[in-house]
Write a protein that binds this ligand. Structure first.
Ligand SMILES: NC(=O)c1ccc[n+]([C@@H]2O[C@H](COP(=O)([O-])OP(=O)(O)OC[C@H]3O[C@@H](n4cnc5c(N)ncnc54)[C@H](OP(=O)(O)O)[C@@H]3O)[C@@H](O)[C@H]2O)c1
Length: 338
């Protein structure tokens, strides 16, 4: 059995997460029991939610245990099998964690899913045709409920969730406006992701200034806002919401390191009769088949061309993860393990 490099959580961060919060360990993969398979991970997904799990605080999910391998989505290949449902060579999606290999009980419901890479690349099952894509789909379709001609806005617009949001919103005939950090990301949003406009929030030092720039791109106001960031970006968008607008609260990445995110004008929720709803995509399994079907079709047709930031080797995972929390990723952040 091969030896396995793993990244464990060593310490809980205080404020910003640091490289020293992680520890690299090497162990032998155990021999397989009946029903188990050995998966060689090709890609590990790095996702903002992992920062929340590093804390031992009130949350919708149990915290990442100290001294254990960091959890995370993986895609890879079965290289040994004692399970008739998973032949050697099968390509699978699972929650293998921050390590090169995982031993998985293939009989456990939901532990592994075979994926078809004829039209969708393997890595896309961690991004556009995976959890982040379904996240965009759920917030847009089930919470925002867009109508053709309406204006949709999304923050962290060029990332894994934002890029899928753009394709899904455009497919529904909506004016689709992004907020992203820096001119390169905004240009990419316009040229590759199909946004009608993209506002560089880093050019603005106040919510008022950002709001003015966003307003210029949303001449009919905002009907649906998909929030990934919080803080100043939300303060800029809220006054532009049309009456009976919908806000899907997906993420608050500006506060994941512990910074307070006060809302400047919550009375606007009442004044504009807004519907504001937070959600966790893993709690809505019923929509995944329909969402994945649409997302897979968009990728296969070239209507969703998500970019990837790929770090090389499991040792690079902690640094790439800290970069994701600082916006240094450009598109879906992955770690390539083969
Ligand atoms: N509710 C759910 O079930 C669910 C599921 C998946 C993801 N999410 C949330 O969705 C959001 C996007 O996730 P993702 O996987 O697509 O990540 P991502 O957008 O690929 O990467 C994170 C991006 O957030 C932006 N960012 C980071 N720090 C920021 C800050 N302080 N202020 C403003 N923007 C900042 C950066 O983009 P810029 O350079 O453009 O600022 C960065 O590239 C996250 O908030 C995540 O937690 C929620």
């Amino acid at each position: 059995m091969p030896s396995n490099i793993q990244i464990q959580l060593d310490k809980r961060p205080v404020g910003e997460a640091r490289l020293s919060d992680f520890k690299l360990v090497v162990s032998d993969t155990p021999p397989l029991q009946d029903g188990q398979v050995l998966v060689h991970h090709h890609y590990l997904s790095l996702d903002p939610y992992m920062r929340g799990r590093m804390n031992d605080a009130k949350s919708y999910a149990v915290p990442q245990a100290l001294g254990q391998t960091m959890g995370g989505g993986t895609v890879g290949e079965v290289i040994e099998s004692r399970n008739a449902n998973y032949a050697v060579g099968s390509q699978v999606l699972g929650m293998g964690g921050w390590q090169q290999y995982s031993v998985v009980d293939g009989n456990q419901p939901g532990a592994l899913r075979k994926v078809d890479t004829r039209q969708v690349p393997l890595s896309a099952y961690l991004g556009a045709v995976g959890m982040p894509g379904v996240t965009a789909w759920y917030g847009l379709v089930k919470i925002i409920e867009p109508k053709p001609g309406q204006t949709m806005v999304v923050s962290a617009a060029t990332g894994a969730v934002g890029s899928a949001f753009a394709a899904l919103s455009k497919a529904r005939g909506c004016r689709t406006v992004g907020l992203a950090g820096g001119p390169d990301k905004c240009r990419y949003g316009l040229e590759e992701l199909g946004f009608d406009a993209c506002v560089d929030y880093k050019q603005h030092s106040s919510a008022a200034s950002l709001g003015k720039a966003l307003s210029a791109q949303c001449p009919d106001g905002i009907d649906g806002y998909f929030e990934n960031v919080g803080g100043q970006v939300l303060d800029a968008a809220l006054p532009l919401m049309n009456a009976f607008g919908r806000i899907a609260v997906c993420g608050m990445i500006a506060g994941y390191d512990g910074a307070p995110l006060p809302l400047a004008a919550p009375a606007l929720i009442l004044i504009s009769r807004l519907r504001l709803q937070g959600f966790i995509v893993s709690e809505h399994r019923e929509v995944w088949p329909a969402a994945l079907e649409e997302l897979g079709r968009l990728v296969a047709a070239g209507q969703l061309r998500p970019r990837e930031s790929v770090a090389q080797g499991i040792e690079a995972a902690p640094e790439a993860f800290l970069g994701l929390l600082k916006g240094r990723n450009f598109g879906k952040q992955l770690v390539k393990l083969v």
